[in-house]
Ligand binder design. Structure first.
Ligand SMILES: Cc1cc2nc3c(=O)[nH]c(=O)nc-3n(C[C@H](O)[C@H](O)[C@H](O)COP(=O)(O)OP(=O)(O)OC[C@H]3O[C@@H](n4cnc5c(N)ncnc54)[C@H](O)[C@@H]3O)c2cc1C
Length: 499
């Protein structure tokens, strides 16, 4: 049994941000996550560090939080953020009145803007639709959610914080009406671990109500699914938004060598039962094509979706719900923290930990806005030039991941999950989607004695099935040809069964 002061359930940005803040204020804690870090909405988001401009007309409070956190994260999380800048483009037929309100609201909230003529905008992003009427420049950025979670976790670990990843909380232990601990089941072995704590924080986003129910509490949630597509090329070096009220398919974000285009907003009931629908892909492709006409003829490598946890119950129009966040004290030792944005995770963590400090009667101020995240220099991955330096023994050609990178992750975290290596190195995230590198990485894991041959076949199948879920909605043209090749390697040469 493990004893600690604060138990955090959920390893998205909210949970990892809380762990780091607790660590910097000297509070012992343990974080429990059922997958790897960023397994929920965090890892399936758009990767946009909002300037706040998207919400400035509809939700000025959320916009204010975004611009202030945008400035902080660019400073403390430099290696996770690419300061691309963003353009809001106005196309023929888009409302000029909305544009005027947008500029006025940006001024009120303090978001700097620069109105550009079509030719100045096209100088910045040559693939833009030449028919645009104007563009407004704002300080949007691209952000890597996986790296952001892991760096927050590193800070926490350095201060003695504990983590159990691939452990699902299956029960909250109650004594005399108070929540005093959790039971967690390890995914691989089904082993049960017990962690006891004085305070439990439910930071499970879309799963917030399910987890609160384990402690006999309730969180009013509306779940909104959003889908995105990944293009094989970086079609823009800036974030491109459509200058109109938030709608489907109106943002494209550059991310390393690719672009993420989306999104949609569809009310769903169960966050564990979601998939990308083909009509969503059609809508996104059509809408993004209006801003960047080359998008439609560019190869797509996969699609994915995630669920936004919005604080409200039973609201039909999910875009009308505020993107602000709420902290709920269930008055039994359990707190839930719900809503918000990835862009505002640090602020959410600060407010949560402020409350915890009062419960422990301690007065240590928050310093997460001043101290840069630990571990930024050791990270593999971004920038690409760092990966180009060492090209020996390549395991993943698409993303330039070497044997040393794979062994490095194995030695650091001793995982049995190929996804953990993927999230820490980008293995399998390129055009072949793991077709050529997955079996090689599993070979390395076997050579290192971490998994048996039987385990490796089971892991390979589960991983390929997971990847296929995302590839399936983008199967046409070159991506279809590539997938047929991958299928013939696994089913033909390696004699795997499709059952
Ligand atoms: C499609 C989409 C696009 C988005 N784009 C952006 C964007 O570009 N910029 C931005 O700022 N925000 C964006 N957001 C919002 C942002 O992703 C979320 O607000 C944020 O990531 C929520 O983080 P979280 O940690 O609260 O929740 P999550 O990331 O969902 O984390 C909850 C975690 O709890 C874990 N969990 C659940 N149940 C259990 C259990 N029983 N035991 C243990 N662990 C459990 C899950 O595995 C998960 O990892 C987007 C959201 C979506 C859905």
């Amino acid at each position: 049994m493990i004893n600690t002061d604060v138990i955090i359930i959920g390893g998205g940005t909210t949970g990892c941000g809380i762990a780091r803040d607790l660590a910097l204020r000297g509070i012992p804690h343990y974080l429990i996550e059922r997958g790897d870090f960023a397994a929920g909405a965090t890892g399936s988001c758009h990767g946009l560090l909002h300037s706040g401009a998207r919400y400035v007309v509809t939700d000025p409070q959320a916009a204010k939080e975004c611009i202030s956190e945008n400035l902080i994260l660019r400073r403390i999380a430099e290696k996770c953020v690419e300061p691309t800048g963003g353009l809001f483009v106005r196309l023929p037929g888009d409302s000029k009145r909305f544009r005027d309100r947008f500029l006025k609201c940006c001024e009120d909230v303090g978001i700097p803007t620069d109105v550009l003529s079509p030719s100045r905008a096209i100088d910045l992003v040559p693939e833009l639709n030449p028919m645009i009427e104007e563009a407004i420049k704002v300080p949007d950025c691209a952000i890597d959610p996986f790296r952001l979670c892991m760096l927050n976790a590193i800070s926490s670990r350095q201060a003695g914080g504990g983590f159990l990843i691939h452990h699902e909380v299956i029960d909250i232990i109650k004594e005399k009406g108070r929540c005093v601990g959790i039971k967690a089941k390890e995914k691989f072995t089904s082993q049960i671990k017990v962690v006891r704590g004085k305070i439990i924080i439910n930071a499970t986003g879309a799963w917030g109500d399910k987890v609160a129910a384990l402690g006999g509490s309730h969180v009013p949630l509306t779940l909104s699914k959003g889908s995105l597509i990944i293009s094989n090329h970086r079609l823009t070096n800036m974030v491109i938004n459509r200058l109109r009220p938030p709608s489907d398919g109106d943002i494209i974000v550059p991310n390393e060598a690719v672009c993420l285009a989306g999104t949609t907003s569809i009310s769903v009931k169960d966050p564990d039962n979601i998939k990308v629908e083909s009509h969503e892909i059609d809508t996104i492709a059509t809408e993004v094509d209006h801003m960047i006409p080359k998008f439609g003829s560019t190869r797509m490598i996969r699609a994915y979706c995630g669920v936004r946890p919005l604080f409200a119950s039973g609201v039909e129009d999910t875009r009308a719900i505020s993107r602000g966040f709420r902290i709920i004290d269930h008055n039994n030792g359990l707190f839930s923290i719900i809503g918000g944005k990835l862009s505002t995770y640090r602020l959410m963590a600060e407010k949560m930990v402020d409350i915890i400090m009062t419960r422990f009667d301690k007065k240590v101020p928050c310093t997460t806005a001043q101290i840069p995240l630990d571990g930024q220099d050791e990270l593999t991955g971004y920038p690409l030039s760092k990966r180009l330096k060492d090209m020996d023994d390549i395991i993943c050609e698409c993303e330039l991941v070497t044997r040393a990178d794979v062994e490095g992750v194995m030695n650091r975290i001793g995982t049995k999950y190929i996804e953990d290596i993927q999230h820490r190195t980008r293995l399998g995230m390129g055009p072949c989607q793991g077709g050529f590198c997955t079996y090689r990485a599993l070979g390395v894991m076997q050579e290192m004695g971490r998994i048996s041959p039987e385990d490796s076949i089971r892991i390979l199948k589960t991983f390929l099935e997971g990847r296929f879920k995302g590839i399936r909605p983008a199967l046409w043209g070159d991506q279809l040809r590539e997938e047929q090749l991958v299928e013939s390697i696994y089913l033909g040469i390696l004699s795997m069964s499709s059952k």
